[in-house]
Write a protein that binds this ligand. Structure first.
Ligand SMILES: Cc1cc2nc3c(=O)[nH]c(=O)nc-3n(C[C@H](O)[C@H](O)[C@H](O)COP(=O)(O)O)c2cc1C
Length: 169
């Protein structure tokens, strides 16, 4: 089963998170997951993907304008309706709006007819509420993307497990 992780990233943090999610997905037998920047999407691979996870940096507690525009123009093109959908974010501050970014992405996915999944609290710790959010190390010394590596990988694994359970036909 193909799964896609699609992101916008200007300074590499969200790209890194996307690659960790794809690694977690690829740890499952039968899954082929790839991460794509919105500037270099493999159209055929994304269209064939049963699940798509979308990520953005927090820009003023919102998704980036580029990702927003890309989503508006891409949902039909890639037949998002009926695919499993997920969301992730990165931010500079612990309270920098990552959860709001997730809500915006998940809302758009639902409007497109996607089936949204985060795992929630069903697996216990780490409890991934709406999706994983990583805080980079630009400002807060106690944070840093490396600390979120496991969380992004686990999220990818959980998402892929659910995709296989529901959509591997
Ligand atoms: C225009 C702009 C607005 C930003 N707004 C926020 C914000 O509201 N909250 C926050 O925590 N970080 C904010 N950031 C920081 C980015 O979200 C953060 O550095 C993110 O990890 C960058 O992702 P990237 O490396 O994938 O580009 C902003 C950055 C830019 C360039």
């Amino acid at each position: 089963m193909k799964l896609s992780v699609i992101y916008d990233s200007k300074t590499g943090n969200t790209k890194q998170a996307a690659e960790w999610i794809a690694e977690g997905m690829n740890s499952l037998e039968g899954v082929e997951a790839k991460a794509f920047s919105i500037s270099s999407v493999d159209d055929e691979f994304v269209t064939e993907s049963k699940g798509v996870v979308i990520g953005s940096p927090s820009y003023v507690a919102s998704l980036t304008p580029d990702l927003h525009a890309w989503l508006l123009s891409s949902a039909k093109k890639y037949s998002f309706a009926g695919k499993l959908g997920g969301a992730f974010a990165t931010e500079q501050y612990t309270h920098g709006g990552g959860s709001l970014v997730l809500q915006e992405i998940l809302t758009m996915e639902m409007v497109f007819g996607m089936l949204c999944y985060s795992g929630g609290n069903s697996f216990g710790k780490p409890v991934i509420h709406l999706g994983p959010v990583g805080v980079n190390n630009n400002v807060e010394e106690h944070n840093g993307m490396e600390q979120y590596k496991d969380c992004f990988e686990i999220y990818g694994k959980r998402f892929a497990t659910k995709a296989m359970e529901l959509l591997d036909k």
